[in-house]
Ligand binder design. Sequence first.
Ligand code: GLU
Length: 551
Amino acid sequence: MSTTKVLQLRSDLLPFGMEDFEDKVFDYLCDSRDLLSVDKFKKILSETGLRNSDPRLKETMDNFHDIEMKQLHDEHELRGYITRDTFKECVTDNITLISKALKNQFIIPEWTPFCENIREMFTDCKTNNAGKPATYIPQLARVNPAYWGCSVCTIDGQRFSLGDTQVPFSLQSIVKPLSYALVLNDLTPEVVHKYVGQEPSGKSFNELTLDYQNKPHNPMINSGAIVVSSLLKKELNIADRFDYTMEQLKRLTGGEHVSFNNSVYLSERATADRNFALGYYMRENKCFPDDVDLHEVLEFYFQLCSIETTCESGAVIAATLANGGICPMTGEKVLCAEAVRNTLSLMHSCGMYDYSGQFAFTVGLPAKSGVAGGVMLVVPNVMGIFLYAPPLDKWGNSCKGVQFCKNLVSKFNFHNYDNLKFTQRKIDPRGRATESKAQDVVNLLFSAYNGDVTAMRRYSLLGMDMSLADYDGRTALHLAAAEGHLTIVKFLLEKCDVSPFLEDRWKCTPFDDAKKFGHTETAEILGKAMTSDPDKDTSKMTSVFRSLHSD
Ligand code: GLU
């Protein structure tokens, strides 16, 4: 980013207190030598869901790397630690994202507990041994049936992956919504839907059938996808059409893994009697635009099915769809919002083969599966999830994939028709907009009780009142003192200026609690804070002194 751009950005953010944000972060994280550990800072960032490899943190991470190299060659430097000024220089280019992360302003603010829930669901599905991988081509039949991967990417680019998420596999039918979205991005829905309908077919995905207007029922079944392929950049030659599609998919993944599996393609083509039959049947029924070369279109369709992603890169595609066509990892607008909305609508009603109605009923989210075992699930405006497990059920959907989707909506209120206010048995992991002050108190006290200093730092950066008390007048400082969490006690006293004189309804100070539960060191720190506080309460001090010196 150029210097002028940085200046512009920073002056834009000034009214929001961004100017001293870097100082504030440094103050919270620095040690007694006024130095900040780079590893600690990176760890805190990663706990918000950001990866160190995130392209949006590139400048900051490059700066850290340069410093690390410099320190390696200079014996006077303290390795891994930086000063305030260096810290500020390092983070300045990416401060907007860093500030959003540390102020808990991502769509899933409590990332760690969310990921723990995902891990539980993932483990639960791992033992599901139902189903068999597709056998219609040897390339799919030979795959390791134990592969199981799950990747999550939110609309803020928070990432979490478990299992075999780096294994490339062919998209197969999952490419259908993507090619449909690309076509919609170029042509109006009216033009596209002159050739293909919007209704679930109620028949198998490769059925030789058309709707009452002699159109394929929808773009998510083979006939519809073949017609959509004929519309995709139809003015270009076939090689350029393939290049174009690959480029767009690469943009949808934010530059992550997209490849082409030639042997899958060759096998697809060699065993494509049904798709050829569909093609001829549709040509007879005038389903294609004029001048279409049927063989070329079918080849193109087989090639599209043979494009590969991994769970990792697929999750970014799903997140781009969740984010209205803007890739969360790059901020690039790849698809227009209307194209995405139309695509999600049809994924919702037709994306899971003949199980689509039941899936819409139980899961209530747009999804698309493919015969290689992939499932692309979209939680609109929240996140994308990509699942991969080759064994398929009788409908052709990944058994583990479907189970995971069901688990997800039974835990979180992501079903499209979950009532956000009254579905109390489910967790809403989204933002804090509706959280009340009462919830703040609970969170604050709970984190203090658990000794979760990272959470405490975040609450503080968010501007939360760290002296908040519950009905009994118990504060975070009381709980941390009673539990003997020394780091939290110090943090509250030194960094947040919480008064050590706060009393609960039984007139107990945090010092009293630390003493009562036998935390001598904690009591000493609190006692010192009370005796050195400029606003000291002398009446309390005498008793503190007495008990400090009686031990
Ligand atoms: N290549 C497959 C076909 O056209 C796609 C199958 C699928 O994933 O549904 O038959």
